[in-house]
Design a protein around this ligand. Structure first.
Ligand code: NAD
Ligand code: LMR
Length: 335
């Protein structure tokens, strides 16, 4: 009875402070599982819906024993997808195959394009007002795919569709803090462009707090941040790509979205979104998040760039443009 009382007390102390519903599509995967755990710990979440094509029942049963407020439910296979999405505020999509050594993110296109298309169709039908976080690679193409699907369904709101590039910022912050011996908590590096190779452009000249880098440091840090995904793919040697750091980064982006939905007026993140900051239709930059999604793009990061950054920005545009167009064409050419 004492244990029961203590348990009841702790349950009562753990009422959600807000009651948002979050769905993860691809929840039984390498990213999905630790991401579900981190979201289960959020006091802003009342319902956590986990969807996958297999193996999600056990993940949900396991997580549901954690004495945190959210209720966990599992949904398996296409016939349960609609129910998973009803009334959801934030949908996170890490469904799809990861890279193996020697592959580019674009090599995943043929499989993941279809997965993202199908899942976003269901989002359009069941929770068209939700914030949609796309993790599945190649992000530079899967976000335009999602936009086209939502347009075809007549529910596209560019303020609520996000390519998750938070991991690039997390990596940039970590590597810069290590190199310059700074306190991790203080460091913030905006990362713009896209999410593959040279399209990932950390703006080291805009690091906060202000830091001086030598040309060699800029070159070395930029290349490390651009290749950090490949660093993990090679270390895992065929067993997949970043999952734990990705879950950490995705949970941060979910928490930021929930804080914005809950009325916090001071939420900024980098994300790959529809954009007019450059001549490309989608571009990652810092954004201000609000109750209705993107409240503003932050153009100031792109002015006063270093010569190195100016050149890198021009150099990334052809690849990013081609990836965006490939995504759009994939949806438009379907009968
Ligand atoms: P994984 O193979 O471990 O997990 C993927 C999960 O998706 C599996 O559980 C699988 O069953 C599920 N899935 C497959 N088809 C599905 C469908 N139609 N509907 C629902 N679920 C489906 O892979 P992972 O390591 O979790 O990576 C997932 C994706 O995230 C990959 O495309 C990877 O490249 C990408 N990724 C992106 C970033 C980023 O920064 N945006 C970082 C890391 C990984
Ligand atoms: C990453 O940056 O870690 C992801 O995009 C996964 C990958 O394939 O590198």
């Amino acid at each position: 009875p004492e244990a029961q009382k203590a348990n009841q007390k702790s349950q009562n102390g753990l009422q959600p402070v807000a009651s948002y519903k979050v769905a993860i599509l691809g929840a039984a995967g390498g990213i999905g599982q630790p991401l579900a755990l981190l979201i289960k710990m959020s006091p802003l979440v009342s319902a956590l819906n986990l969807y996958d094509i297999a193996n999600v029942k056990g993940v949900a049963a396991d997580l549901s024993h954690c004495n945190t407020p959210s209720q966990v439910q599992d949904f398996t296979g296409a016939s349960e997808l609609g129910n998973c999405l009803k009334g959801v505020n934030v949908v996170v999509i890490p469904a799809g195959v990861p890279r193996k050594p020697g592959m580019t993110r674009d090599d995943l296109f043929n499989i993941n394009a279809n997965i993202v298309k199908t899942l976003v169709e269901a989002v359009a039908d069941n929770c068209p007002d939700a914030f949609i976080h796309i993790i599945s690679n190649p992000v530079n193409s899967t976000v335009p795919i999602a936009a086209e699907v939502l347009k075809q369904k007549g529910v596209y709101d560019p303020k609520k569709l996000f390519g998750v590039t938070t991991l690039d910022v997390v990596r940039a912050n970590t590597f810069v803090a290590q190199k310059k011996n700074l306190k991790l908590i203080d460091v913030d590096v905006p990362v713009v462009g896209g999410h593959a190779g040279i399209t990932i452009l950390p703006l080291l000249s805009k690091t906060k707090p202000s830091v001086n880098f030598t040309n060699e440091e800029v070159e070395q840090l930029t290349v490390r941040i651009q290749n950090a995904g490949t660093e993990v793919v090679e270390a895992k040697a065929g067993a997949g790509s970043a999952t734990l750091s990705m879950a950490y980064a995705a949970a941060r982006f979910v928490e930021s979205s929930l804080r914005a939905l809950d009325g916090d007026g001071n939420v900024y993140e980098c994300s790959f979104v529809q954009s007019d900051l450059t001549d490309l239709p989608f571009f990652a930059s810092r954004i201000k998040l609000g109750r209705k999604g993107i409240e503003a793009l932050i153009p100031s990061d792109l002015s006063g760039l270093s010569e190195y950054e100016e050149k890198a920005l021009e150099a990334l545009k052809p690849e990013l443009k081609a990836s965006i167009e490939k995504g759009i064409a994939f949806v438009q050419k379907q009968p």
